[in-house]
Write a new protein. Structure first.
Ligand code: GLC
Length: 716
């Protein structure tokens, strides 16, 4: 390890400031006039700044990182290596299902294994730090970045975030939890929009997953673009000082989001870059990403005494310590491979794990028994824009290439070589593409087939940064296509793709089964084929609610009961003076935790080891489940609780634990959980996490479909 304190002693203030700035690779590999001229001027960059840069993002490949590193080290008198960072969210070259899908696998071990494989490829590509995990809690599917998160439950987000931290770090890649905080709470589901949330909602739902990742040892943290209760997160003292430093004692590196410090002007915080730099630094932002207020003003702020040299040194040491932890001083090039074509990307092992992850995160939303496909189905029509479509790897696919993915057609052809498979696109998957010219051919193909697989969804770029939707239905003419196809062939199944919950209310009654794939990644087509043919048994559950209509949004499972709750047993009726709609029920089309299997899991009993406990006790819960079928499968057994009466209104249901369990055909198993007092806590009006004595319902099943319930008491 290097003696970073000694290195620090020899650094000029300009060199120290340089460690606290990050810019795009393009400034370091180009000699194009556009870059070295207007672009540098636009960002206020000088040649000296570039020589002192501490870290670089958005590079094209490992070769580029080697060029930058070599040039930098040749000129850096302190011999401090550049750190390379990238958004490696759910794959580097082999792409795995989007995080919203992986959340629905309810399998943290699987997520950790996928992340390890991702990290192996990323290391070959020159990545030192991944801007992951993204654990933003979200309740509004209109927001494009739902695809990056693990959904609407804080426990799922926390466990999957921790699994990603472990997976990356096990392979020597540092991690950066983001976006702190509550970016997913954007009003109207519109990216970068205002976030106004009460403290108890923040504390109970939006903040815990970041804390879980910090407790798991995440290396960095990235504040979010949004304002929180009127103050942009990057310079929000309540977030960045009170919570992050004073309460959570975060010791890692804080890096701004892309030009977030520069955007303080747009937020109306300051028009003065020196003030922007001051606000960011005093709120704990160590590295400024892609804006140059630190280059332009941090030295001056120190020399004038606004900040002490010790404060500057502390921030620089956090960065140097991270470089040291990564071993960059000993080996600035680490595992990077110069010739990508020779690098072991997309190995059979990676593809196999990516396929398994896609199988385990897919959700069987409906099945009247038509799936798995009968062996007799010899003539299959694949109809719809995703029938033979490579664009199934999602928005944040890093160096992944659409053309390297397996389409449904390719997957099914490989799985059913004897079958006659007809492909007819029918229409597009873009909201404004109303070209009907393919409809007749698609309808004809459906008429002639034994079974029709409707392959529908939203364009893969429709869910991602800056990409939000006001309409969650299948875009374009897809609903019309489904109606026409279902009319002429009742043996119709739908396979759907999205980066967010969709409104499938129109589609649902028209087809006999719906298999939702999210964006499944490189092996998507093979996963679809194995699930449709029964080679794999669906086991995914929804990580996020699917609304009946976008008008219900935000809609989420852990809601409060209100003072005038609707009788949900009669949800299709309207009740005057109840909390309900005139034109729609309250319940979603599909609830959080919903997901079918080819097995038939019977929940036989839920027993408690006692019917009461004190704060110092625990209660064992035993849930007996039987696989009443000849098909082996996996079932996620979920444990919910409801605090019936407390000083704050409490959710009608709250997931407090889950386990994904293998069952052989006909097998019965007892699944045990332990209820601890801390699982019963909430954020009260004295700003503390507390549990209160009283009665609690303990249930299993899934949201809005709780199957077995026992009551217990927490005694004072
Ligand atoms: C983007 C995203 C952030 C990402 C960063 C670097 O704008 O908000 O998640 O890590 O910029 O690409």
């Amino acid at each position: 390890m290097a003696d970073v304190k000694k290195i620090l002693e020899n650094m000029t203030i300009e060199q120290k400031v340089g460690q606290l700035v990050q810019f795009n690779a393009m400034f370091f590999v180009n000699t194009e006039a556009e870059i070295t001229g207007p672009m540098m001027q636009y960002f206020g960059l000088t040649e000296e700044n570039l020589k002192n840069i501490g870290s670089v993002l958005n590079f094209s490949n490992g070769k580029e990182t080697m060029e930058i590193q070599k040039k930098h080290l040749a000129e850096d008198p302190n011999g401090i290596p550049v750190m390379f960072m990238m958004d490696v969210i759910h794959g580097f070259r082999t792409i795995y299902p989007i995080p919203l899908a992986l959340g629905g696998s309810f399998d943290p071990e699987l997520v950790e294994e996928c992340t390890r494989m991702v990290a192996k490829e990323a290391a070959l590509g020159g990545v030192h730090v991944s801007f992951a995990p993204m654990v933003d809690y979200v309740r509004d599917p209109r927001w494009g970045r739902v695809m990056e998160t693990c959904g609407e439950d804080v426990l799922v987000n926390s466990r999957m975030g921790v699994a990603q931290v472990k997976g990356f770090q096990e392979e020597g890649i540092a991690t950066c939890v983001k976006h702190f905080a509550a970016y997913g709470g954007a009003e109207a589901g519109r990216d970068y929009n205002t976030v106004e949330l009460s403290e108890h909602v923040l504390r109970e739902h939006y903040l815990p997953a970041y804390k879980a990742c910090i407790d798991a040892g995440v290396d960095m943290l990235m504040p979010s673009f949004n304002s929180l209760n009127g103050v942009p997160a990057t310079v929000n003292p309540w977030l960045m000082k009170k919570i992050l430093k004073d309460e959570w004692n975060f010791q890692g590196v804080v890096i701004s989001d892309y030009n977030a410090i520069g955007e303080l002007r747009n937020h109306g915080i300051t028009n003065d870059k020196k003030v922007a730099a001051k606000l960011a630094f005093e709120n704990g932002c160590d590295i400024e990403m892609c804006s140059s207020t630190y280059f332009q003003h941090l030295k001056e702020l120190v020399e004038e005494g606004t900040f002490t040299m010790e404060q500057l040194d502390e921030a620089v040491l956090r960065v140097l310590n991270l470089k040291n932890k990564l071993g960059l001083f000993e080996d600035p090039y680490k595992a990077v491979v110069e010739d990508e074509e020779k690098a072991p990307f997309l190995t059979p092992e990676y593809r196999q794990i990516a396929k398994r992850a896609a199988e385990e995160s897919a959700v069987l939303l409906k099945n009247d028994g038509i799936l798995p496909l009968a062996k007799e189905a010899k003539k299959i029509a694949l109809v719809g824009p995703f029938a033979d479509n490579h664009e199934i790897i999602g928005f944040w696919a890093c160096n992944g290439r659409d053309e390297e993915s397996v389409t449904i057609y390719e997957g099914l052809k490989a799985a059913l070589p004897e079958a006659e498979i007809i492909v007819a696109k029918g229409c597009a998957c873009q909201w404004n593409d109303l070209d009907r010219s393919g409809m007749a051919e698609a309808i004809q193909a459906a008429k002639e087939a034994d079974v029709v697989i409707l392959c529908l969804g939203e364009d893969e770029k429709y869910a991602g940064e800056g990409n939000c939707r006001t309409d969650l239905r299948l875009p374009g003419l897809q609903e019309e296509l489904a109606t026409e196809v279902a009319k002429c062939n009742p043996n119709t199944v739908a396979v759907t793709f999205s980066g967010r919950p969709l409104v499938l209310t129109e589609l649902e009654p028209q087809v006999k089964a719906i298999l939702h794939m999210w964006f499944p990644g490189t092996e998507g087509g093979n996963a679809v084929a194995s699930l449709l043919t029964g080679q794999a048994n669906p086991s995914g559950k929804l990580s996020m609610t699917f609304p009946q209509t976008v008008g219900q949004c935000p809609i989420y499972y852990n809601r409060l009961n209100t003072g005038r709750p609707k009788n949900l047993a009669r949800d299709n009726e309207y009740f005057p003076y109840s909390s309900n709609y005139i034109d729609c029920g309250n319940l979603p089309l599909y609830s959080f935790g919903h997901g079918l299997s080819y097995s038939n899991f019977v929940y036989e009993s839920l027993e408690l080891s006692a019917d009461s406990m004190t704060k110092d006790d625990q209660i064992q819960v035993t849930i007996t489940v039987r696989n009443d079928s000849p098909v082996a499968g996996k079932e996620t057994v979920m444990l919910y609780m409801r605090d019936l009466f407390a000083s704050n209104s409490r959710p009608v249901q709250q997931l407090i634990d889950f386990k994904k369990v293998d069952f052989a055909a006909g097998e019965r198993k007892e699944i045990t959980f332990t209820i601890k007092e801390e699982m019963l806590r909430f954020w009260n009006n004295e700003q503390k996490f507390v549990s209160e004595p009283g009665e609690f319902d303990i249930s299993t099943g899934y949201a809005d479909h709780l199957l077995l319930t026992k009551r217990m008491e927490l005694k004072a």
